[in-house]
Design a protein around this ligand. Structure first.
Ligand SMILES: Cc1cc2nc3c(=O)[nH]c(=O)nc-3n(C[C@H](O)[C@H](O)[C@H](O)COP(=O)(O)OP(=O)(O)OC[C@H]3O[C@@H](n4cnc5c(N)ncnc54)[C@H](O)[C@@H]3O)c2cc1C
Length: 506
């Protein structure tokens, strides 16, 4: 067995003692290389720098607690990893150390149909969980485009956005409580109230939200109790086509403000996105050249709710001149919402030649009123980088309703960029980092947040966390120091190393 010199075989022996199972402690190059990156663009020329020293696959909370205690005792970095689908590098080890892969903690521990909860390990994905729940007529409705591959632990680690969020809420609304191993190894339970199944309380501090979306910098989730909702009897999706962006944008707002309780989400494609789909997405069903923008909407619920709501949606979607795409494409495209992201694996170089590319997306939360101006600035930045460097391609932008149950205010605004990883060198990597920083700064300047759901853990974005947090940055650093005295939990993320400088060294 080989381990990198920085950790030594003694640590591996102690980890083997804790896990006591063949294949639960991995040190081979392939096991470590496979867990060094996520699907976001990556500095492949520096892959070796992001390797964990050792990978562990625990099954129980007690094992995780003992592993974390060991890391804390030895002051070794520790990085939680779930599905590894995060698009903000949250699960990428920045300083080596022990990578805790939670995939084996995939148990369904309790289905409680009286209180409508399910209790699971953090290593289960939503697709598998919903297969277990199907016979009971309920679902766990956290529904990202990465539905089949993101895991419950990573959803909590990122505080994710669900495509059904307007109807059922997002990850933070759907996770009722969870068990956490703190950076010192203690096990705590946090939730919306005292017990595991209480959804609202006024006792003490509301700690659940503190431990959501921290990207593994405050501990490791080892069990979660989740909300169950009745399986929808029916669903309906409508896509409307527009000759210009502005009309589509105003239609988006009308739909988002419809007041329909069954509204699951509203989406908007800008002209650059439609161009990109027409040009490079094999799944795109060809639409006439006059189509410059698309607005889509979905409804879920009981028949008695959805059927009349459908008429309201059709009227609103057409009210400013939108043209309905037809039932077959609308329902087919909505049904493929978990698959479409597999398509953009290629883009175009400056001369229009097809080349393999990886996908980068910015996922800001922007007030509705600011969306056109932010988009104008983002595309101007993207154009500048595409002209200057051969590795970039602008894949257009889309907007999605962001808030749960009241989807009319801020918008998830995402610009997608293609990146030619094969050509990545330090010069182009630094260009990518500064591109991201410029895009994130625009979001902040317009009263938004640089990340709605992926996290500000990437190079470039992380430097702007103090700016976005403002005066509360000091509180954030104090919390990190108090809970993680030695900065072992996913160090190097979100500028949090700053918590240990200036007289606060561990
Ligand atoms: C094709 C595609 C589509 C996507 N669509 C969406 C979408 O619609 N909505 C959306 O929100 N996201 C989307 N994403 C991004 C990604 O799927 C989410 O961020 C997801 O929540 C990450 O889950 P994961 O299990 O892959 O976590 P990972 O990538 O493994 O980890 C994410 C973060 O959580 C931390 N973490 C992991 N496990 C734990 C744990 N047990 N305890 C504490 N911290 C932990 C990690 O350290 C890391 O910082 C998409 C990604 C892809 C590739």
């Amino acid at each position: 067995m080989t381990v990198t010199a920085s950790l030594g075989n003694e640590v591996v022996d102690r980890l083997n003692e804790i896990l006591d199972e063949p294949g639960a402690v991995l040190t081979s190059r392939s096991s470590r290389f496979n867990r060094a990156r996520v699907p976001a663009p990556f500095p492949v020329h520096r892959w070796e720098e992001f390797l964990p020293d050792v990978v562990v696959l625990p099954r129980t909370t007690e094992q995780v607690s003992r592993i974390v205690k060991l890391a804390n005792e030895l002051k070794v970095p520790i990085v939680p990893r779930a599905g590894g689908t995060g698009l903000a590098d949250g699960a990428v080890p920045m300083r080596g150390g022990i990578l805790v892969d939670v995939k084996r903690m995939d148990q369904v521990k309790e289905i409680d149909l009286v209180n409508n909860t399910v209790t699971v390990g953090p290593g289960i994905n939503m697709q598998t969980l919903n297969r277990h729940l199907r016979p009971h007529g309920v679902i766990y409705p956290d529904d990202p485009a990465s539905y089949a591959c993101a895991l419950v632990g990573g959803r909590i680690g990122t505080s994710g956005l669900s495509l059904l969020g307007a109807r059922y809420g997002h990850t933070r609304d759907l996770v009722i409580s969870f068990e956490m191993v703190l950076p010192t190894g203690e096990v705590i339970e946090v939730g919306d109230g005292g017990g595991r199944k209480v959804r609202k309380s006024s006792t003490g501090y509301q700690l659940k939200h503190l431990f959501m979306g921290h990207q593994g910098t405050l501990g490791i989730v080892t069990e979660a109790t989740l909300e169950l909702v009745p399986r929808a009897e029916t669903e309906f999706a409508a896509f409307f086509l527009f000759e210009d962006y502005d009309t589509a944008y105003r239609t988006f707002s009308k739909l988002a403000k419809s007041g329909l309780a069954t509204l699951a989400g509203v989406m908007l494609f800008d002209p650059e996105k439609v161009d990109y789909l027409r040009r490079d997405d094999e799944a795109y069903i060809v639409q006439p050249a006059w189509v410059k923008a698309v607005c889509a909407v979905s409804l879920l619920g009981t028949r008695v709710e959805v059927e009349p709501a459908r008429d309201v949606v059709m009227k609103l979607g057409r009210s400013l001149g939108g043209r309905y795409i037809g039932d077959e494409i609308a329902s087919g495209d909505w049904a493929a919402r978990h698959d479409r992201y597999a398509n953009p694996l290629h883009g175009r170089d400056k001369n229009g030649k097809v080349i393999p590319m990886s996908w980068h997306c910015e996922d800001a939360a922007i007030p509705y009123s600011e969306v056109p101006e932010v988009l104008r600035k983002w595309h101007a930045i993207a154009r500048r980088y595409c002209e200057q460097y051969e590795i970039f391609d602008d894949w257009g932008a889309f907007a999605y309703t962001n808030a749960a149950h009241k989807p009319w205010g801020d918008i998830l605004l995402e610009i997608d960029m293609g990146l030619w990883e094969d050509r990545m060198d330090e010069y182009s990597w630094q260009a990518f980092v500064s591109l991201k920083k410029e895009i994130a700064q625009v979001a902040i300047d317009h009263g938004g947040s640089m990340s709605s759901c992926h996290g500000a853990t990437r190079a470039g974005d992380a430097e702007l966390v103090p700016t976005e947090m403002g005066a509360s940055w000091e509180v954030m650093k104090a919390i990190k120091r108090a809970l993680d005295p030695h900065n072992i939990m996913n160090p190097g993320k979100q500028s949090l190393d700053e918590a240990y400088s200036d007289g606060h060294r561990s």
